[in-house]
Design a binder for this molecule. Structure first.
Ligand code: NZQ
Ligand code: ZN
Length: 393
């Protein structure tokens, strides 16, 4: 196991009706005005926004609001948010929504106290200072409620880039599983795929003897394989929703990845798809991640066998471990298909002729390769996209 620090300062407030306490938590972590930040309207339709305002009013907190965050959040709204916060002297940003809203809130939070262009933070500069952010989560997916990360798309050139800093971790995150019951099945499944991908990015490691984090990863993955079909079949199943919501947090606040090298190539490769086609991040991952697995499994066949046997219940074939590894990958893709995810370019709405553009936009190190479990050249990435074009269950 490698040396590590683990810092997860967010106060998680979990359970039914807990969003009605948001006024209290806002007061605990800030003074002054609040910016309520939200997306395309689901929180208006569900009545959540009204309940949030009522709670803030009940605690005597003044607020202003900025809606309209799009999935794959854009820099243009971030600039508006920064301007609004400065004008209104906002002291805390309350993100009410999913990963896109939270990431947009984090970007605004970093931009307000910064003299330069906030995009600097998405081009390599580290965020040192930010306004406090609070979260009311409405979809279990990105894990931004517990992570220090934010991913924003620059409209000009469709560049999707991320930043990470402990200064961006939410002060509090309210997680009420009931809020996720209004999600369409497709969004629920996209979220589930992203949660599993966050674990796999950490599971595929070159660090030896990391049994505790291996087992934590497998616990989250097995939970997702069990609970996702339950909520797809019965969207109002509170207990299954609750398990998935907490799994989404555990998958991405860092806990299951400490002390081990990680991968993150599937995320990088996927971000080029969602930047270009504006598809859901989870759907893009469903197409990319099994294709990535097929490309790299020979690097550590036994680790893929471990996934196959422990997570997907495959029998170990000691005569032919590669067959076990491939069967695990096959079952993963077929699981994604069973919950309604696309498995190839056509189902996602992506085009083979755009592969060179995406390969070129991806970031590589000085030696021309990506980082991670297996370092990939542009030719390798091309091969992964091509496998994703043809993939079938
Ligand atoms: O905009 P509204 O109307 O709210 O609708 C949203 C949106 O259309 C809808 N939705 C959310 N909660 C709902 C609901 N509809 C009905 N009922 C509800 N309760 O769902 C759609 C998707 O929302 P979005 O916030 O985009 O989803 P998600 O949480 O998957 O976030 C995706 C973004 O997070 C980034 C992704 O790249 C993508 O941009 N990521 C952020 C990470 C992080 N900050 O740590 C890590 C991830 O790997 C990921 O890259
Ligand atoms: Zn993700």
């Amino acid at each position: 196991m490698d040396n590590f620090n683990f810092y997860s300062p967010t106060e998680f407030v979990f359970g039914r009706g807990r969003e009605n306490e948001c006024g209290e938590y806002v007061k605990k972590y800030s003074s002054g005005k609040v910016l309520i930040h939200y997306g395309g309207g689901s929180v208006v339709r569900s009545g959540l926004l009204d309940r949030v305002k009522k709670s803030l009013q009940g605690s005597g907190v003044e607020f202003t609001e900025l809606g309209g965050v799009q999935p794959n959040p854009r820099d243009t709204l971030v600039y508006k948010g920064i301007e609004l916060c400065r004008k209104e002297n906002v002291g805390l940003i309350l993100a009410v929504g999913g990963g896109s809203v939270i990431d947009s809130a984090k970007a605004i939070a970093a931009g307000v106290p910064y003299d330069g262009d906030f995009w600097d933070f998405y081009s390599g500069k580290k965020v040192e200072k930010a306004l406090p952010v609070g979260v009311i989560l409405t979809i279990a997916a990105a894990g931004s409620e517990g992570s220090g990360d934010s991913v924003i798309t620059k409209e000009e050139g469709l560049l999707k880039r991320g930043t990470g800093s402990d200064a961006l971790r939410a002060k509090f995150s309210i997680l009420d599983p009931e809020l996720t019951q209004t999600l369409p099945a497709y969004q629920t499944a996209c979220g589930a795929t992203d949660i599993m991908a966050h674990v796999f990015e950490r599971y595929f490691t070159n660090t030896k003897e990391v049994e505790i984090t291996d087992r934590l990863c497998e616990a989250v993955l097995i939970t997702m394989v069990k609970e996702t079909p339950r909520v797809i079949a019965d969207p109002d199943n509170y207990e299954a929703r609750a398990n998935i919501m907490w799994a989404g947090m555990v998958a991405h606040n860092g806990l299951v990845g400490v002390g081990r090298s990680q991968d993150w190539n599937s995320h990088g490769i996927e971000h080029e798809l969602s930047a270009l086609y504006d598809c859901a991040h989870g759907a893009g991952l469903a197409v990319i991640m099994p294709a990535w697995m097929e490309f790299v499994y020979k690097h550590d066949v036994m680790r893929f066998c471990q996934m196959a046997t422990r997570v997907f219940g495959c029998e170990m074939n000691f005569e032919d471990p590669e067959a076990t590894a491939l069967e695990g990958i096959r079952r993963f893709r077929s699981f994604l298909h069973s919950i309604g995810m696309p498995v190839n370019f056509e189902e996602l709405g992506a085009k083979e002729e755009d592969i060179p553009v995406m390969v070129k936009k991806l970031r590589y190190g000085e030696d021309g390769k990506t980082w991670g479990f297996v370092r990939l050249s542009p030719e390798d990435v091309t091969e992964i996209y091509k496998t994703a074009v043809r993939a079938q269950v």
